[in-house]
Design a binder for this molecule. Structure first.
Ligand SMILES: Cc1ncc(COP(=O)(O)O)c(C=O)c1O
Length: 356
């Protein structure tokens, strides 16, 4: 059996793979592949409509929040957000929590001024900044709710920052219940908790739009996507379809609350195992540990290599840490089973016993 701990693209529910592969050959008994149908047809339009309405339902969104499925990955949002929300002479508040937040900051500087209102750079991004103060004149506050590489996660959200709240939720979307209506813009690449690579979910409070002075290229203006029902141009048809299937699976399981319970169980088992085994060290502050991506190291490089080899032999995929930080990373997205965490924690215990 393979246990897939990849950080993204990553494990998806088996039933989604089965349904998606059937539809590549014969979509809804039409005799046509999902890959060869037009997007503006009665075949695909219901797919897009269901995907959008499942997001609304699962997040209990109010009527001000619009749901878009866009191209370009989360990285495109790093620039599309300031392009749509930040005037040249204004400031946007950003928190600097790791690789992904830093990339977002770099892009925002192209369009206006950035004020870093909280940073964990000094401690190598091993914690989440606390007690941040957002200037009331800021166009918005940007946070990265889960830093996929650093292995940190915001557990107390800055809902009361006093300005529009914007969040990169690429690696923890749909993994826990949040007060989603308090966010004015949420975005996430689909390839972790939501489906296949190639599509990007953007949820936006339409009231924050239309305030910048610059001319925005048609394809990058959120208002055009909203008015065209997320079909301004050809959407990534297959990726939207897989996202819709994954959202259906999520709903059938009982929604975000059920997934959150399962994710808590997985994280609890993994971190309690790590804490009990001195061979493994976790650099992240305990209260800021990510429930999606756990990062840890060993002091001995040779032992690290040995453990990675063992993981490979036992069918445990994606355990190696990101190339920029080394060590190990175990990603525990929604579709990863508790059995997989049991398997890797048993392996860690065995290994530590032999080496200790
Ligand atoms: C938190 C976070 N933001 C942004 C990205 C970039 O996403 P994409 O590759 O879809 O542009 C990633 C990718 O892993 C991520 O983990």
């Amino acid at each position: 059996m393979i246990h897939n701990f990849n950080a993204g693209p990553s494990v998806l529910p088996k039933e989604v793979f089965e349904e998606a592969s059937k539809s590549v050959l014969n979509f809804n008994d039409t005799g046509l592949s999902i890959l060869e149908i037009g997007h503006r047809t009665p075949l695909f339009e219901p797919v897009m409509a269901e995907a959008r309405s499942l997001v609304k339902e699962l997040m209990s969104l109010d009527d001000d929040h619009e749901v878009l499925f866009l191209h370009g990955g989360a990285t495109t949002q790093f620039m599309q957000i300031p392009m749509n929300l930040l005037n040249e002479n204004e400031i946007a508040a950003y928190t600097e929590t790791g690789t992904w937040a830093s990339k977002a900051i770099k892009e925002a500087k192209i369009f206006g001024h950035v004020e870093i209102v909280g940073s964990s750079k000094e401690n190598n991004y091993t914690s989440i900044p606390k007690n941040i103060i957002t200037p009331p004149t800021a166009a918005y506050l940007h946070i990265t709710t889960n830093e996929t590489i650093a292995g940190t996660q915001w557990h107390t959200l800055p809902y009361d920052c006093g300005v529009p709240l914007v969040a990169d939720m690429s690696s923890d979307i749909f993994s826990r219940q949040l007060d989603f209506n308090k966010f004015d813009l949420m975005y996430a690449g689909a390839q972790k908790n939501m489906g296949a690579a190639g599509v990007n979910l953007v949820v936006i409070n339409k009231n924050i739009l239309g305030k910048v002075k610059r001319t925005i290229p048609t394809i990058l203006d959120y208002r055009n996507h909203i008015s065209e029902g997320s079909m301004l141009n050809t959407p990534p048809v297959f990726a939207v379809y897989v996202a819709m299937l994954t959202l259906r699976w999520l709903k059938k399981k009982g929604g975000i609350a059920t997934l959150e319970q399962e994710n808590n169980q997985k994280a609890e088992l993994l971190y309690s195992t790590l804490d009990a085994l001195p061979l493994f060290k976790t650099p992240v502050a305990k209260e800021d540990r990510s429930k999606m991506n756990a990062v840890f190291i060993m002091d001995d490089n040779n032992l690290e290599k040995e453990f990675l080899e063992l993981c490979k032999k036992e069918g445990m995929i994606g355990v190696k840490g990101h190339r920029s930080v080394g060590g190990f990373r175990i990603s525990m997205y929604n579709a990863l089973s508790l059995e997989s965490i049991k398997a890797i924690t048993d392996l860690m215990k065995d290994f530590a016993n032999k080496k200790g």
